[in-house]
Design a protein around this ligand. Structure first.
Ligand SMILES: [Zn+2]
Length: 257
């Protein structure tokens, strides 16, 4: 069952690869592509399975591509059973149920993975953005709604003023998505990451999206990426902390080329 799920996930991965090459960015189109790839893969898996089943039964492999011939052969397998589990050979309704469940285990991950592909896209450049993670983490705010509102109001101090030297049990991770061709298209993504030790003493973590693809100016994005945890115990900032200084520095950088 796990391998079947991985097969479905692989189908989703192939769909995402194709959608990315084709620069497709409609969530429903993505989901539909995931379904088509999953369905085609399931069909071909059945062609191969029936080839192997025929070879085992009649000593000669046959490829059935015609669905009516496939269904006839499947009915034959369902009537007699093909394999055992725990000493029982599933046949008839039980086997059909297993096949239907199997189909869902392939199709659902394929559709969900394709649907969840949402890399930001720079329309003027016709280009996907590239992702970079900030080197530092940020102290989790008490009020997430206020935090979001602040970022939406282009006040990034809740991030700049709360950079951490080392990750805490609950902290924010930030990612920047940048268009590689222009300085315009830039997005900020913030996740709240919770880490804890489970009963066995193994580290576990969970993520919640706090801010998804908020358009921000490139200067602030670069400044966030420039924050580094300094071994001397001080957070180093290549750009000044205050936003006014930041803007001035940004312009100077532009002048210097
Ligand atoms: Zn661009």
């Amino acid at each position: 069952m796990i391998a079947t799920g991985l097969f479905g996930a692989g189908c989703g991965g192939c769909a995402v690869f194709g959608l990315s090459l084709g620069k497709v960015r409609g969530r429903l189109t993505n989901a539909f592509a995931g379904f088509i790839i999953g369905f085609a893969s399931l069909y071909l898996a059945w062609v191969w399975y029936l080839f192997l089943a025929a070879r085992d039964s009649f000593g000669q492999g046959l490829f059935f591509f015609d669905t009516s011939a496939m269904f006839s052969f499947m009915q034959l397998i369902a009537a007699n059973g093909m394999w055992e589990i725990g000493g029982a050979t599933p046949t008839g309704g039980a086997l059909y149920t297993i096949w239907v469940i199997e189909a869902f285990i392939v199709l659902i991950p394929a559709i969900l993975i394709a649907f969840s592909a949402d890399t930001p896209f720079c329309e003027p450049c016709n280009q996907w953005s590239e992702e970079s993670a900030c080197s530092v983490t940020f102290r989790a705010p008490e009020d997430l709604d206020q935090f979001r509102q602040s970022l939406e109001d282009e006040n990034y101090s809740p991030l700049f003023d709360n950079a951490l030297l080392s990750p805490e049990d609950v902290c924010l991770h930030a990612k920047i998505h940048r268009c590689p061709k222009c300085d315009g298209s830039t997005w900020l993504e913030v996740e709240q990451v919770r880490t804890w030790l489970d009963d066995k003493g193994e580290a576990q973590s969970s993520k919640d999206t706090v801010m998804k693809h908020l358009a921000i100016s490139r200067q602030y994005a670069e400044a966030l990426l420039a924050l580094l945890p300094d071994p001397s115990g001080v957070i180093s900032e290549e750009s000044p902390a205050t936003q006014n200084d930041l803007v001035e520095e940004g312009f100077q950088d532009e002048e210097l080329g």
